[in-house]
Design a protein around this ligand. Structure first.
Ligand SMILES: Cc1ncc(COP(=O)(O)O)c(C=O)c1O
Length: 436
């Protein structure tokens, strides 16, 4: 099919009304890093098995996968210090510990997020405070500024599904109020903003390598820090208070602080091997191909669907392109569009579990995980913080009217032409009441 070949389909009867679907064969599964696993991962994993060196720090030989991954990740993202972790969530707990967040502190997080963004401050004894989102699911800078109190210590900015929002404004506000910025890059590894990698803008950055992520090891994570003391605290928190040689080397070999109680979020060499192989092909095999598909889809949908609006982001050039979002304008049209598009054989929905956290049971109950514990934040009883969905009214509004098709490296240009054809067919036959 050529880009114009789908034009006649625009008038074909909709599949939702009994017509032929555009797509009979399902699109490839929307996995990202996982879908490009192959010889590179196998070679490094085989080395770990052959050498019998699964632990990052020692063994009968010299383990190097996790260490190499940290060194190459620091280079790729352009940040001084990198710590690999067992999970993405682990990197967030390390971030809180590294920044010295604790009882009495507030951390501002976007209400459209993943449970970890909320749980990381809670588990460190601090109080999460929710801020609203912009029209593209990213943190709304104005509401972030409104939510700042004398207790605020840090802000978490999630780069939702491949793209940052108004990062420049968030950084400016954080600087003005002397707040630390945590970039949540779990869903945007390899994306950039104004030509610089996401993860290199804030004080610290956290990544997830879980199955659905751009770089995937099944489970795994990465923490980046510019400041050596913040880094050392995170390292100690990730390893029972220890600062072992391979990580001490990143800060010149000498400790800057003392041991304190930590958890255990170390990455093992198997995970390190896969992370290293994936990082080495992140741009070539994942981000660049998906960005090309995204640009193709964007260009053709805008040409073929007069009046359609897309998700606003802070920098479309840097968008990793893993999700093609359209703003239907109303919840009613979005609900109809999703059904009609799915009937055309197109999988609808992002590769993200982000949700309105204000609707989750844990947030509504205002309790920590253990029922005997006090409301969030032992240092601040939590009574002064109110959690209701009315605090962030944009979240439900945006979630109800934005709809998306996930993109992945396993898709071909022809697959994406089918996606365009289906979107154009459905959009151009939307019910009259949804046409302005
Ligand atoms: C935005 C966001 N933050 C944090 C995480 C936590 O990562 P993990 O599942 O690796 O613990 C995820 C994972 O889904 C996420 O999507």
């Amino acid at each position: 099919m050529t880009t114009t070949a789908h034009a006649p389909l625009a008038l074909a009867p909709l599949a939702i009304a009994g017509g032929q679907p555009v797509r009979a064969k399902p699109l490839p599964a929307a996995y990202l890093g996982t879908s490009v696993m192959g010889d590179e991962e196998l070679a490094l994993l085989t080395e770990v098995v052959r050498n019998k060196l699964p632990f990052r720090e020692y063994g009968d030989g010299t383990p190097h996968m996790v260490k190499d991954f940290e060194r190459e990740a620091a280079g790729y993202f352009g940040v001084a210090h990198a710590l690999a972790t067992a999970t993405g969530s682990g990197s967030f707990y390390c971030a809180m510990a590294g920044l010295g967040v604790g009882p009495g502190d507030e951390v501002i997080i976007p209400a459209w997020g993943w449970h970890t963004d909320f749980l990381a401050p809670v588990l460190l004894g601090a109080t999460p405070v929710f801020a609203d989102i912009d029209g593209g699911f990213n943190l709304d800078p104005a509401d972030f500024e409104r939510k700042i109190t004398p207790r605020t210590k840090a802000v978490v900015m999630i780069h939702y599904q491949g793209a940052a929002g108004d990062l420049a404004r968030v950084l400016e506000i954080a600087k003005k109020h002397n707040l630390k910025v945590v970039e949540d890059v779990a869903q945007a590894a390899g994306g950039s903003y104004r030509g610089q990698k996401l993860g290199s803008w804030g004080d610290v950055a956290c990544f997830s390598f879980q199955q659905n992520k751009i770089l995937s090891t099944g489970d795994g994570g990465l923490f980046l820090a510019k400041d050596p003391l913040i880094f050392e605290r995170a390292v100690r928190f990730h390893d029972l208070g220890f600062l072992r040689p391979s990580l001490a080397a990143q800060i010149g070999g000498q400790p800057l602080t003392q041991a304190f109680a930590g958890a255990q979020f170390r990455m093992n060499e198997f995970t390190g091997a896969v992370a290293l192989a994936q990082l080495r092909k992140l741009d070539r095999a994942i981000v660049h191909p998906v960005q090309r598909l995204y640009q193709q889809l964007k260009r053709d949908v805008l040409a073929d669907c007069p009046g359609i609006a897309l998700r606003p982001t802070g920098d479309e050039e840097g968008n990793a392109g893993i999700a093609f979002y359209m703003d239907m304008g109303t919840a009613d049209l979005a609900a109809w569009f999703n059904k009609a598009l799915a009937a055309e054989g197109i999988r609808v929905g992002p590769s993200s579990g982000c949700t309105n956290l204000l609707h989750t049971d844990l947030v509504k109950s205002k309790r920590q995980a253990h029922p005997k514990l006090a409301p969030f934040g032992p240092g601040c009883p939590g009574e002064h913080v109110h959690y209701g969905p009315e605090l962030c009214p944009n979240v439900d509004r945006v979630a109800s009217r934005l709809t998306c098709v996930a993109l992945c490296p396993a898709m071909s240009a022809d697959d994406v032409r089918d996606v365009t054809a289906a979107i154009a067919k459905v959009w151009n036959q939307r019910p009259a009441e949804h046409r302005k």
